[in-house]
Design a binder for this molecule. Structure first.
Ligand code: UDP
Ligand code: MG
Length: 304
C-alpha cells in the first residue's frame, strides 16, 4: 500500500489543531493508502508545539517538526517536504479552509499518473476586499509574466515523490512553492474546491506581510521588473530627444519661452522613475546577498 504524507504548516494554530486532526483523519479514513501527518510548527508563540507533542504521543501516524522561530509558511512547507516519507504528499492548511475530502479526488488523479495535482479555488472564501484586490492583481501580473494561470491557485497541492525529491533538493532559500511546483514541469492536473471559512483562530496575514510576500515572490521568479525599468528608460530617452528638438526649433524661431512647468513635471517624473528603479534593483541585490550568505531556510529545534 502506498503512503501519503499530509503536510500541515502551523503558526499559532492552537485553536484548530485538535479539530483539524480529528476532521482530517475521519474524512480520510476510507482512503486506500497509509497516511502520516507531518505537522510543521513554524515557531508558534502559543501552545501549538505542546499540542503537537501530545498528538504525537496519542497517535502513531503523527510526526512533527518544530522551528526555533517563525520562518514563514514557505519554509514550513519545504521542511515538511524534506521530512516526509510518503510516496506522495499533500500540503494543506491547518485551519480547515482546504477541505480534506478533496484529497480523494487528488489521490485518484495521482493513481492515474498525474504528478502535480493542484487545488484550484472555485471561490476565494471570506477575504477582505483589499486582500482580494491585492491578491487578484498580483496573480494576474505573475500569471502574465510566467505564462501560467496563478489566479485561483493555492498551496493546497498533492505531489508525487519525484516532485517532492526535486523540490527538496532546491538550494534556493527564497522559494515560491505555488510557482515552483509548476516550474518542475511534471504532469499536472487540477481539482477545484470551495474555500471554507477558517474553523477557528485568525488569519496570519497582515497587509505588510502580504506586500512583502508579493514583492519577494515576484522578484524571486522573474526579472521582468528590471525590463520594465529599461523600457521606462528608453521612453524617457525618446521623450528627451523630442524635447531637445523642440527646444532647438524654438531657439531658432526666436521664441525661447520659459519652459518652467515642463521642467518641473519632467523632473518629478524622472526622479520618481529613478527612485523606483534603484529600489527594484536594490531588492534583487538584497536577494543575491541573502542567497549568498547560504543561511538555512529554517532552523529545526525538535523533530519526531
Ligand atoms: N502559516 C505558517 N507560517 C506563517 C503563516 C502561516 O505556517 O508564518 C500557516 C498557517 O498556520 C496556516 C496556513 O499557513 O496553516 C495558512 O495561513 P492562514 O490561514 O493564516 O492564511 P490565509 O488562509 O488567511 O491565507
Ligand atoms: Mg487560512
Amino acid at each position: 500500500m502506498s503512503l501519503i504524507s499530509i503536510i500541515v504548516p502551523c503558526y499559532n494554530e492552537e485553536a484548530v489543531l485538535d479539530e483539524f486532526y480529528k476532521v482530517a483523519s475521519e474524512t480520510l479514513a476510507d482512503l486506500e493508502a497509509d497516511k502520516e501527518f507531518v505537522f510543521v510548527d513554524d515557531g508558534s508563540k502559543d501552545k501549538t508545539y505542546e499540542i503537537l507533542k501530545r498528538l504525537k504521543a496519542e497517535h502513531n501516524d503523527v510526526h512533527y517538526v518544530s522551528f526555533s522561530r517563525n520562518f514563514g509558511k514557505e519554509a514550513a512547507i519545504f521542511a515538511g517536504l524534506r521530512n516526509c516519507n510518503g510516496d506522495a504528499a499533500v500540503v494543506i492548511d491547518a485551519d480547515l479552509q482546504h477541505p480534506p475530502r478533496v484529497i480523494y479526488d487528488m489521490y485518484e488523479l495521482w493513481k492515474q499518473g498525474y504528478e502535480v495535482i493542484e487545488g484550484i479555488k472555485s471561490n476565494r472564501g471570506r477575504e477582505g476586499i483589499f486582500h482580494k484586490m491585492f491578491a487578484g492583481s498580483f496573480y494576474k501580473m505573475i500569471s502574465g509574466m510566467m505564462g501560467i494561470d496563478m489566479n485561483n491557485s493555492s498551496d493546497f497541492k498533492f505531489l508525487d515523490r519525484k516532485v517532492i525529491d526535486v523540490l527538496s533538493q532546491l538550494k534556493e532559500r527564497n522559494t515560491f512553492f505555488r510557482a515552483l511546483s509548476f516550474w518542475t514541469g511534471f504532469n499536472t492536473n487540477t481539482v477545484s474546491y470551495e474555500v471554507q471559512d477558517r474553523a477557528a483562530g485568525s488569519t496570519k496575514w497582515s497587509f505588510k506581510s502580504l506586500v512583502k510576500y508579493a514583492l519577494n515572490n515576484l522578484t524571486s521568479f522573474t526579472f521582468a521588473p528590471l525590463y520594465w525599468i529599461i523600457t521606462i528608460g528608453v521612453l524617457f530617452f525618446l521623450l528627451g530627444i523630442g524635447l531637445a528638438i523642440d527646444a532647438i526649433v524654438d531657439y531658432f524661431n526666436g521664441n525661447t519661452v520659459a519652459g518652467y512647468p515642463t521642467l518641473i513635471v519632467l523632473f518629478v517624473i524622472a526622479t520618481a522613475c529613478i527612485l523606483l528603479s534603484v529600489g527594484i534593483i536594490g531588492v534583487y541585490i538584497a536577494k543575491i546577498y541573502d542567497e549568498i550568505k547560504q543561511r538555512p531556510q529554517y532552523i529545526i529545534r525538535d523533530k519526531k
